[in-house]
Design a protein around this ligand. Structure first.
Ligand code: GRG
Length: 295
């Protein structure tokens, strides 16, 4: 397999599927739709909807029921990026190669665009009931989408992250933050793919463990790239963690040891994925590729 070529094809496919669900920019409130679409369409790797789709395919899913959930996941992720960039949080001016939403639309509109995307995500996911009315697993998928985004997932992780800014953090607590603020959406993505395809409870649990390892590895690599990459490559400022006095894997153990952890966690994720009877070669390659990602 020529992975780079396949990745490009899969990214384009995902892009096409999720963009169709964006709101039309009209009505007296159209500014909020413009701000929502501005950040959503700025690009991004589309990793979460891709993980969802490929997990769905791995478990034999074949219908369009997955599409509103893929779009919903990217909307929730984008809403978190908009809020994460706000002056009250990381105060960043660039994201996905563009000025951040609050720089272009102002702080109040950026807050509303984040709120709008978050709620529009659930409006969008609910469309699955019409796409496949007989699928008994849609309710469970919505529950996972909500819980992994909220106080027991991403919001919970971000809460501890914000509270501990500028303070030394022991590694166990840093793992807690990473598993929730970054890992939870990866878990939700792969779990929803499995759930909608009709995987068993035990398969869903195992796929969540694969995703948990991917999520932790992904955030550690994010720490590394913040130190070793460039703004052009990342499309967002480097040195943001230093600016915000954050404890990261790099500040605790240095770049080399952190890179080793990324490799170990990713290899563990691939091994666990390999233990399933059902296979998806592209998904395996995708997880491997994250070890050496450049952005
Ligand atoms: C709006 C529900 C809601 C919550 C807000 C601000 C916040 C609570 C959470 C922040 C979560 C966060 C930004 C975690 C970092 C995750 C991370 C590594 C993001 C970068 O993801 P990539 O690299 O970005 O996949 P692209 O741009 O490629 O999509």
């Amino acid at each position: 397999m020529n992975f780079e070529l396949e990745l490009k094809k899969h990214t384009d496919e995902v892009e096409e599927m999720i963009s169709r669900y964006l709101p039309a920019e009209d009505g007296f409130q159209k500014t909020v739709m413009e701000a929502m679409n501005y950040s959503f369409l700025a690009g991004g790797k589309r990793l979460r909807p891709m993980l969802m789709l490929e997990t769905y395919r791995m478990f034999g899913g074949k219908s369009k029921v997955i599409e509103p959930f893929m779009a919903a996941m990217e909307m929730i992720h984008t809403s978190s990026l908009i809020h994460d960039d706000l002056p009250a949080m990381d105060n960043d001016e660039y994201r996905r190669g563009r000025k951040t939403t609050h720089i272009v639309y102002g702080e109040a509109m950026a807050i509303l665009a984040g709120d709008g995307l978050l709620l529009f995500a659930f409006e969008t996911a609910s469309k699955a009931f019409m796409t496949e009315p007989k699928n008994p697993n849609i309710g469970r998928a919505i529950e996972v989408l909500a819980s992994k985004s909220g106080i027991y997932g991403m919001v919970g992780g971000q809460t501890v992250d914000v509270e501990l800014e500028g303070k030394p953090i022991p590694k166990e607590k840093l793992d807690f933050i990473y598993r929730l603020k970054t890992g939870a959406l990866m878990e939700a993505s792969m779990m929803i793919g499995a759930i909608l395809a009709g995987a068993t409870d035990s398969e869903v649990k195992r796929i969540a463990q694969v995703a948990a390892n991917v999520g932790l590895a992904f955030q550690i690599e994010d720490d590394i790239l913040d130190v070793v990459s460039t703004t052009e490559e990342l499309g967002k400022p480097v040195g943001s963690d230093d600016k915000n006095h954050k404890t990261t894997y790099v500040t605790i153990e240095g770049v080399d040891a952190a890179a080793k952890e990324v490799e170990t966690l990713s290899e563990r994720a691939v091994e666990m994925l390999d233990s399933f009877v059902v296979k998806n070669e592209f998904l395996t390659e995708l997880l491997f590729s994250l070890i050496h990602r450049k952005k």
